[in-house]
Design a protein around this ligand. Structure first.
Ligand code: BTN
Length: 242
């Protein structure tokens, strides 16, 4: 384990670990012990988690880290992973110049392929934001055929430290706007999100209905209008067939 002090308020410390089950597990344990504003990065995860019980596959070419924040700070906790997506996107663009896109609730996309994802966990007294980005992969296993890495996009190898620091700097710069759920960030999310105007299917128990994604609400829900003109708020991908 390596600990480095960082001076990017409110962040204080970066903990680098060789191999862990998941940086979310480490962040949870540290959060329980009272640690806040700490970044936990792992070279390798052997039980990485994606959203909705899914496994997050990553190897040493990708960057995996979690951030522990105070829990009661966020004005609207439901916006956590959406606004985190805006900040992470800014961090990647400022380093690479590539205008990556976002997909609700928290996918980072390039030309429809998945560059990374964000996982938000709210534990009351603290929250954890987990970020995974494909960085230097030259190719992916066949079952990840919709993945893409920064290397595949730019044809240059990028150091994981650079990408981490670029994202943490963005978090530091925009921290006030982030915790206040600022309109500017929500507007930026809408502009960079690929789901507005998309046709989706909404699940109603065992049946489903077609709809169009018309907006995102101020609490982070997706607003879907079905073919009968009824609008419904959708809070998780489990309620949709994309
Ligand atoms: C998604 O399903 O798109 C979210 C993926 C989040 C992956 C990151 S990698 C760092 C952190 N540790 C985990 O186990 N998951 C998150």
């Amino acid at each position: 384990m390596k600990e480095t002090f960082i001076y990017l308020p409110p962040f204080k410390k970066l903990i680098f670990l060789k191999e862990v089950s998941s940086t979310m597990d480490v962040a949870y344990k540290l959060g329980k012990l009272g640690e806040r504003y700490v970044v936990i990065e792992a070279e390798k995860q052997w039980a990485g988690r994606g959203k909705g019980e899914r496994v997050w596959f990553s190897d040493t070419s990708s960057i995996t880290f979690s951030i522990i924040l105070m829990g009661n700070l966020l004005y609207r906790p439901s916006l956590l992973s959406i606004l985190a997506g805006v900040i992470v996107r800014r961090g990647i663009i400022s380093l690479t110049g590539i205008p990556i896109r976002l997909k609700w609730p928290n996918d980072l996309l390039f030309e429809g392929r998945k560059l990374g994802g964000i996982l938000g966990e709210d534990w009351g007294k603290f929250v954890i934001i987990g970020i995974g980005i494909n960085v230097n992969e030259e190719d992916f296993p066949p079952w990840l055929d919709m993945a893409i890495s920064l290397y595949q996009m730019t044809r240059r190898k990028i150091t994981k430290d650079d990408i981490l620091m670029s994202i943490i700097k963005e978090f530091s710069l925009s921290f006030g706007a982030f915790v206040n759920g600022s309109d500017t960030l929500i507007k930026e999310w809408k502009k960079s999100c690929d789901i507005l105007g998309e046709k989706v299917k909404i699940k109603y128990g065992t049946s489903k209905k077609e709809g169009i994604v018309v907006d995102v609400a101020s609490d982070g829900a997706l607003i879907v209008e079905d073919i009968d003109g009824r609008k419904r708020k959708i809070y998780s991908t489990e309620e949709l067939i994309l």
